[in-house]
Ligand binder design. Sequence first.
Ligand code: VG1
Ligand code: CO
Length: 564
Amino acid sequence: MSSPIKEIPTKPFEGQKPGTSGLRKRVKVFQQEHYTENFIQAIFDSIDAKGQTLVIGGDGRYFSPEAVQIIFKIGSANGVKKFIVGKDSILSTPAASNVIRKYKAYGGILLTASHNPGGPNNDFGIKYNVSNGGPAPEGVTDKIFEKTKTISSYKVLEAPPVDLSKIGETKYGPSEVSIIDSVADYLILLQEIFDFPLIKEFLEAHKADYPILFDGLNGVTGPYARAIIVDTLGLPESSIQNCVPLPDFGGGHPDPNLTYAHTLVDVVEAKNIPFGAASDGDGDRNMIYGKGAFVTPSDSVAIIAHWADVIPYFKKGGVKGLARSMPTSKAIDLVAQKKGLEYFEVPTGWKFFGNLMDAGRLSICGEESFGTGSDHIREKDGLWAVVAWLNIIAAANKKSPNKLVGINDILKEFYSIYGRSFFSRYDYEEVPSDGANALVANLNKAISTNSLNNTVHTSSNGTSFTISGLYNFEYKDPIDNSVSKNQGQVITFSDGSRVVFRLSGTGSQGATVRLYVERYVPATASPEELAKPAAEGLQSLIDVALELSKLKEYLGVDKPTVIT
Ligand code: VG1
Ligand code: CO
């Protein structure tokens, strides 16, 4: 008997515009009658998934079980032939990207709001990924948004919900649902990329003096980290913590930075752990943090690029090119220059790396927002970065058998070759949208009237900076020539320092303003200068950025919510 398909009348909802990485709103917004259905139907109206295979993944946050069943109903009614879904609807964002590529799916729908908190009073999110495994480009997300504005009905298949707790294949009306192990394919992938025997040999030999700790922050990476760290590398249970995914992430903020990943920082400091790491809710971000050693994401990606040769994947396939998002520090540019590689500066958001990777021009890239990755998939990849660092540390120690090499030694060596880009980001979260827009308008005015060029600004400690340039960042994709405008206001200074202002595209409430500052100190500087704490190295520049943008005045706040 064929299952009936019903057409349900609906009306458009305002604001279903995908941001930097999908549509993110409060759970209560998604729970409104027809809201989620409208957006899912708008996706199907924008693509041609008839007869195709679609992957469904997610970080398991609150409202995911309901959303998966909605996708089955609407997807099947719109002709999807097969759904591949992780057991209990769990697939980390990088794992989902891999599954889309490996099984040659048409695309995927990812249920996550990433690092945003979860639970009934927090955030949910839906993101569409295309067949290369990466986030849909702007052309597709713009189309989805247009469809949400005129939608008048959606189609559903009337069928009972699918039990997602058992691996295997099941029929669903005219479609099939294949429930797969969430971890297996991803583990195989990482084992193909990294030198696991080398890492294992090093960590086994140094169980006593080089323990490691990974904190899943109760996000999706728990089972993946267990498979890699405990089951594959053979390390003790004490090497992982908060590795059970919870729908509300245990009430925490699953964002791996020094403010929100304090569970990791506290234990690393208390137990003198030389190598610690954490990941975010959906597993695409990472933080590398050992006792007394913090690696900024901008440095992290540059260091991975510098050490690429010790990673079998790059040793075999070579490194084609490097890239970073615009606000990310220029450390990786220096590595590209030294190695004679092509390098790119793209707008914020992983979707901008995809075309370059597909064209074979990009191998390693990163964002200052704790996102690091490569062309092994088309999403940033938290655990990939963690294992990359373990691989580097194991290789560095093999080269130096008589002295234990730690994170700080690797940083120091890197700075001694390339110099150091001091980098920091100030986030002003959930500020009034009017104030945020006025701040940006004021900067745009200064750009169009050229009124700030060559002006001198002096910080409270007496350091002066002269503005050498001012522009609104715009990107033309070298592969498809698409243009993305208004990607952030950049102010450059005559000493090579840089300040960037940007409005976040992932927040779900009010506006979030990000201020990025970068100051470069060449390798010829004294070791003391190169080893300074970042806050000290940047304070005068931050003073000047705040003063010339009148940020406090516009936003009506004194201090940032988060400093990274
Ligand atoms: C933020 C980061 C950006 C990242 C995006 C998605 O965007 O700045 O670098 O790609 O989050 O990451 P925004 O627009 O809020 O600055 V995730 O882990 O939330 O998928
Ligand atoms: Co994320």
